[in-house]
Write a new protein. Structure first.
Length: 324
C-alpha cells in the first residue's frame, strides 16, 4: 500500500516574497518599464501597492519629446514602438512621481537611461535616496552617442562602462539590474561584463528590433522605420534568454545573480514558464495596454499554479526546469 501523497499547500500558503539581490519584494510580479509610466493610471485597475514593484518608464537627465509620429504600430502578436524615451526628465520623476508611489505604498524600481556613461551615472545619483526606491534598472539598450549610435547592450565593453559608472555613482548598497538586449550574438558575454562591472542582477529581455511595412502606403509604418517588438511574439525568445542565463550560472560561466524575466508575459502560465526557466521575478508590459488589470491577474494565476504543483514558495520554483 503506497503512502498518501503529501498535501499540497493552499493558495494562500504560497510565499510570494522574493529576494532580489538583497531587496525583498512582496510579489514576483512587476510592471515593465515604459508600459505603465509611473503607475498612476494603472492604479485605477491594479493595486500597484500589491505588486512586487512598479518599474518606471526609462528616465534621462533632461526632458525629451521623443521620436516623430507615427511611433507605435500593432502587429499580429504584439506591437512595435519607437517612442524615443519621451519624458519629463529625472528631476520631475523625483519631485512628482516617486513621492506619489511612496505615498501609495508601492515599491519603485527606477529605469535609468542616458546617451553616455556619465549621463547614466548622474541620473542614477539623483534618484538614489528617493523614498520607496528598491532598485535601479539600467536600460543599456540606449544608443551610445559617442560610438556612432551603437547600442550599449550590444557590446561588452560599452555595457561594462555604463554599469561601472552607475555603480561608482551610487555606491555598493544599491541594487542594480542590467536590462539586456536579445539582439546580440553572445548574451552570456554581455551579462558577464555587466555583472563584473557592478550589476546585482539581470533583466531579460528588452524588445527585439523589427520593421513593419504598410502595404497601402508602401512605406514603413513607423516614422523612423525600425522599432522595438514586444508582446506575445517575443515570449519564447525571452524564456530562451532567461534559460540561457540560468544555465550559464549553473555551469559556472556566470556569477550567481537574480534574473528578472520580461517579454510577452500576459498570464500566470507565461510567468511560471519564466520562473521555471530561472527567473526570480517577472515583469508585465505590453499586455497592460489591452488589459490594465493584467499584472494583478498574473499574480493570482501564478499563485494558483504554484500551489497546484506543490510549491510552497516562488523561490522553490526558480530554475526548476533545469533539474537533472
Amino acid at each position: 500500500m503506497s503512502a498518501p501523497a503529501a498535501p499540497r499547500p493552499a493558495k494562500s500558503a504560497v510565499d510570494l516574497a522574493v529576494d532580489l539581490a538583497g531587496t525583498r519584494l512582496r510579489s514576483p510580479v512587476m510592471t515593465a518599464s515604459g508600459c505603465a509610466a509611473a503607475g498612476r493610471e494603472l492604479d485605477a485597475f491594479t493595486d500597484v501597492a500589491a505588486l512586487g514593484a512598479v518599474v518606471t518608464k526609462s528616465v534621462m537627465l533632461s526632458p525629451r519629446s521623443g521620436r516623430p509620429t507615427p511611433r507605435m504600430a500593432e502587429t499580429p502578436a504584439g506591437m512595435l514602438n519607437s517612442i524615443g524615451l519621451q519624458g519629463g526628465g529625472v528631476d520631475a520623476l523625483v519631485e512628482h512621481d516617486l513621492p506619489w508611489l511612496a505615498e501609495r505604498g508601492a515599491t519603485a524600481v527606477v529605469s535609468v537611461a542616458g546617451g553616455d556613461p556619465e549621463e547614466f551615472a548622474e541620473v542614477a545619483r539623483r534618484v538614489v535616496g528617493a523614498p520607496g526606491v528598491a532598485a535601479l534598472e539600467v536600460n543599456i539598450s540606449c544608443p551610445n552617442v559617442a560610438n556612432r549610435g551603437l547600442v550599449f547592450a550590444c557590446d561588452p565593453g560599452s555595457s561594462a562602462a555604463v554599469l561601472g559608472a552607475v555603480r561608482a555613482a551610487v555606491g555598493d548598497d544599491v541594487v542594480l539590474l542590467a536590462k539586456l538586449s536579445p539582439d546580440v550574438t553572445d548574451l552570456v558575454a554581455i551579462a558577464r561584463a555587466c555583472l563584473e562591472a557592478g550589476a546585482s542582477g539581470l533583466t531579460a529581455i528588452n524588445t527585439l528590433l523589427g520593421v513593419d511595412v504598410d502595404v497601402r502606403t508602401m512605406r514603413p509604418r513607423l516614422a523612423v522605420t525600425t522599432g522595438g517588438l514586444s508582446g506575445p511574439a517575443i515570449r519564447p525568445v525571452a524564456v530562451r534568454c532567461v534559460w540561457q542565463l540560468r544555465a550559464a550560472m549553473l555551469a559556472g560561466l556566470l556569477p550567481e545573480a537574480p534574473v528578472v524575466g520580461t517579454g510577452g508575459v500576459a498570464s500566470g502560465v507565461d510567468a511560471l514558464q519564466m520562473v521555471l526557466a530561472g527567473a526570480s521575478a517577472v515583469q508585465v508590459g505590453t499586455a497592460v495596454f489591452a488589459d490594465p488589470t493584467t499584472p494583478g491577474r498574473v499574480v493570482d494565476e501564478l499563485v494558483a499554479l504554484l500551489a497546484e504543483r506543490g510549491f510552497a514558495s516562488v523561490a522553490e520554483a526558480v530554475g526548476f526546469a533545469h533539474r537533472p
